[in-house]
Unconditional design. Structure first.
Length: 209
């Protein structure tokens, strides 16, 4: 727990806390993405939510639909909030890059905007590991801010962060290079409900192993 708390992403999101949920609650594209995923899952599927935050909307929506959800987040504050908000799911405070992932153990993996503070090579490595953790035919949703930036300084909801991402084509290549087939994508612009926020491009990829 101490190491996780010292992680830069943990410090930032510990400070942001429940404000993150309020800022992004209005994302129609995120909710539509969850609806699409729910339509593809068999009853009582096992789902991994990477960077689960406050547990809403992702873990809560999936748990309410009867799925077995494990959320992993590096922020102790977020994990504590999620455990209270979504009692129907399980949450673990850990760095997903170091967490043990059993191969072919999940029916779906959700990765909503949780790669952005990792170097590109770590993003590639992690998506490969997450793909191996999927059962054959399993689903993965990948969402990012599709900008060609690497280790740039940014202020996100009042917190200084380092951001790395891929442009749209490279992000699709990240998915296919891990052994996923991109079956659907949604490219949109969303403005978080926060005084310091501006419009953000968002890219959602729905993939199958």
């Amino acid at each position: 727990m101490t190491e996780a708390h010292q992680h830069p992403a943990a410090r930032a999101f510990d400070a942001i806390g429940a404000d993150y949920e309020r800022a992004f609650a209005g994302s129609a594209a995120h909710l539509a993405s969850l609806d699409r995923l729910l339509g593809a899952l068999a009853p009582r599927s096992r789902v991994l939510d990477v960077g689960s935050g406050t547990g809403r909307p992702t873990a809560g929506t999936l748990a309410d639909a009867g799925h077995e959800v494990l959320g992993v987040d590096v922020s102790p504050v977020m994990v504590e909030l999620a455990s209270r908000r979504v009692p129907g799911a399980s949450f673990r405070c850990a760095d997903i890059r170091e967490a043990a992932l059993e191969e072919e153990s999940f029916d779906a993996v959700c990765v909503y905007f949780s790669l952005l503070q990792m170097p590109r090579e770590e993003q590639r490595t992690l998506v490969g590991r997450l793909t191996r953790a999927l059962r054959p035919g399993g689903r993965m949703v990948l969402a990012t801010v599709p900008l060609d930036v690497e280790d740039v300084s940014a202020v996100f909801m009042g917190q200084e962060v380092r951001v790395t991402s891929f442009g749209p084509e490279s992000f699709r290549a990240l998915a296919t290079g891990a052994g996923l087939t991109v079956e659907h994508e949604d490219d949109t612009v969303f403005t978080p409900s926060h005084p310091a926020a501006g419009p953000e491009p968002h890219l959602f990829l729905h993939c199958r192993k």
